[in-house]
Ligand binder design. Structure first.
Ligand SMILES: [Zn+2]
Length: 111
């Protein structure tokens, strides 16, 4: 079969491979924009979150530790380092603050 229609003339040499190359680059860029970049961003966020959870000073002592020491804390029987950490935790942790408030009613003065 003969293609005499000019629309079906042979492409100049290299046109197809150039086109394929362009499509490949476009596909790679799309992949980077749609998958690689969001994934990397998410991964970074997760890493930051993990690092934050590990180094988070509130987690320096656990809530259970804090609750265990409420009585000593109230009676100022803790050494100053532990007492500082506990009050820092209380400052940042609403759960423990609520429990502490139940143990030490607001308005009661400390000895
Ligand atoms: Zn807590």
């Amino acid at each position: 079969m003969e293609y005499s229609d000019p629309l079906w003339a042979n492409c100049p040499a290299g046109t197809f491979s150039d086109m394929v190359q362009t499509l490949r680059i476009a596909r790679r860029q799309r992949w980077i924009a749609q998958i690689a970049r969001p994934t990397a961003g998410l991964l970074l966020l997760v890493l930051l979150w993990v690092a934050f959870m590990i180094y988070n000073p509130v987690n320096d002592i656990t809530c259970a530790d804090v609750v265990d020491r409420f009585a000593e804390f109230r009676d100022k029987q803790l050494d100053s380092d532990l007492s500082d950490r506990l009050s820092f935790h209380l400052d940042k942790c609403p759960d423990c603050r609520r429990q502490y408030a139940m143990l030490v009613p607001v308005g009661s003065h400390h000895p």
